[in-house]
Write a protein that binds this ligand. Structure first.
Ligand code: PEP
Ligand code: MG
Length: 328
């Protein structure tokens, strides 16, 4: 099996009818870089930066963050690294940020992720500065979590330009040109406003985990309602479809980086909807590649069309299972 996997690494990630699909890695820790390379990742589609803030009493400086990010960028050896700004709050917490967080009745709907970063500009500036500097050592893209409005993208882009100017003035080497600035589509309102967001963003990354949670009002960590958590709910699929079509219309790249991207079962549907980049836990890359190499894109597109006409998620799951059983 080891042999088969290493052979697979060298083969292109392409459907039987020649559509290329980019397979990227989701990283939570720097030490996963080696595995990502081993697995044949085309790059990092999502670097969760929360690790920089974990297990420590104080906030990391820009310098400190830069050193760590640079190692990751260098480790990926010319492959693009998509670095997400801090996504703290609700399910993700860190003691160093305790003083910035406020007690709130609904943490999932509160001051978190990009909202927290924009509230505490020193925090955001340190992140952006570190990313800009790491971008001098290899291709970097900057990704913003929990975006709900165009204004948040514009504010962050202004901050990025300001930080870049300041660093340049000091003679610090940074990415040139500035890295692409993209956003997570993980709030239903963002998916529905995808046309406007595509005008001010350089790429989209669909976070199906949170998109499912917020669309269905099911806490992703709540056991009592876990049976209702379903990314195959027609509402979630319509939002994915709408955001994908908006990205195509706006001519910006779009990827999926939630859990469904790493499950081969969903591949025909996501590809069929027009997704060409998937980002997943490193361990899932080989089986996704295997699945894609067995898929006919035209058939997947037909399957997706039929699925998008359905009203019942049980029926959708069955159609997808049937298609996968036929096509493997
Ligand atoms: C998501 O929400 O789908 C996602 C990829 O981000 P995270 O799981 O880190 O919230
Ligand atoms: Mg998320």
């Amino acid at each position: 099996e080891q042999k088969q996997l290493s052979r697979l690494r060298k083969l292109p990630s392409m459907t039987t009818d020649g559509r290329r699909i980019g397979l990227f890695a989701n990283l939570e820790l720097p030490r996963e870089v080696e595995n990502a390379i081993q697995a044949g990742a085309a790059g990092v589609g999502l670097l969760r930066t929360e690790f920089l803030y974990m297990n420590r009493p104080t906030l990391p400086s820009e310098d400190e963050q830069y050193e760590t990010l640079r190692e990751i960028v260098e480790g990926m050896n010319g492959r693009p690294v998509t670095i997400r700004t801090l996504d703290i709050g609700n399910d993700k917490l860190a003691p160093a940020l305790k003083d910035l967080m406020v007690e709130t009745a609904n943490p999932a709907l509160g001051l978190r992720a990009i909202r927290l970063s924009l509230r505490h500009r020193d925090l955001l500036d340190a992140q952006l500065g570190a990313m800009l500097r790491a971008g001098a050592h290899g291709p970097v893209r900057i990704l913003l979590p929990m975006i709900s409005a165009v204004s948040e993208v514009k504010q962050t882009r202004a901050a990025l330009e300001q930080v870049a100017k300041r660093l340049k003035k000091r003679g610090v080497k940074i990415a040139d040109p500035l890295p692409p600035l993209g956003i997570m589509i993980e709030i239903p309102g963002a998916a529905l406003a995808a046309d406007a967001l595509a005008q001010c963003s350089d790429f989209f990354a669909i976070g199906s985990n949170d998109l499912t949670m917020y669309t269905l009002a099911i806490d992703r960590g709540e056991e009592q309602v876990a049976h209702l958590y379903n990314p195959l709910h027609p509402a979630v699929l319509r939002l994915i479809q709408f955001a994908t079509e908006a990205a195509l219309r706006g001519r910006i790249p779009i990827s999926v980086c939630g859990e469904i991207a790493g499950d081969p079962k969903f591949a025909p549907l996501l590809l069929g909807l027009g997704i060409q980049e998937l980002s997943m836990a490193v361990g899932n890359i080989p089986r996704l590649k295997q699945r894609i190499r067995g898929l006919d894109f035209a058939a997947a597109a037909r399957c997706a069309r039929i699925i998008m006409e359905q009203t019942d998620s049980g029926r959708i799951a069955m159609l997808l299972d049937d298609f996968n059983a036929l096509a493997t």
